[in-house]
Design a protein around this ligand. Structure first.
Ligand code: AMP
Length: 182
């Protein structure tokens, strides 16, 4: 079971868990947020075109995001699986992902939902200090999560496993592995 999507509000610890799970399961961690930040850092054209969306906590347009993910999933290291962190973030992206996977005869194995209170994540993010971590942008990202991303839990209801995301990093990793029966 190695084709995974992690879903949870910004600040739930998906990135940290994706890193740990990637090492344990031997599949790459693919974070669309990290890919966008790398483009911005490298000053690419794509980076310049998405900067304002990240600064404001808005979703980057689907065409841009989907194309970047399609290219990443065409790379050899994803053939045995992957952990997607931050993608899909809405139902149209999920539909595109299903199509990309179907082209190589694959589908997702599971969607891991990180369950955590909004107040806890806002407090965490305020302590993180990333450029898009001021309170207004944080609140906006939570709103985008609830309105656009949370409906994915219903879309994926047959393959969702829910994990309590409050606890020590190792503890949460073990919950995920247990939930996936690893
Ligand atoms: P993250 O690192 O996952 O918190 O993402 C940071 C920012 O990158 C988000 O607030 C969006 O602006 C953008 N982003 C990341 N993933 C996506 C996605 N799947 N669709 C659209 N925008 C995204």
């Amino acid at each position: 079971m190695t084709r995974l999507v992690l879903v949870g509000p910004p600040g739930a610890g998906k990135g940290t868990q994706a890193g740990t799970l990637s090492a344990k399961l031997g599949v790459p961690h693919i974070s669309t947020g990290d890919l966008f930040r790398a483009h911005i850092g490298d000053g690419t054209e794509l980076g310049r075109s998405v900067q304002a969306y990240l600064d404001e906590g808005q979703l980057v347009p689907d065409e841009v995001t989907n194309e970047m993910v399609r290219e990443r999933l065409a790379e050899q290291d994803t053939k045995g699986g992957f952990i997607l962190d931050g993608f899909p973030r809405n139902i149209p992206q999920a539909e595109v992902l299903a199509k990309i996977l179907a082209e190589s005869g694959h589908k997702l194995d599971a969607v891991v939902q990180f369950q955590i209170d909004e107040d806890v994540v806002v407090a965490r993010l305020l302590g993180r200090g990333r450029k898009d971590d001021n309170e207004e942008v944080i609140r906006h990202r939570q709103h985008v999560y609830r309105s656009e991303t949370e409906p994915l839990l219903n879309f994926y209801r047959d393959i969702v496993v829910t994990v309590d995301a409050v606890g020590e990093v190792d503890e949460v990793t073990n919950r995920v592995l247990n939930a996936l029966d690893k």
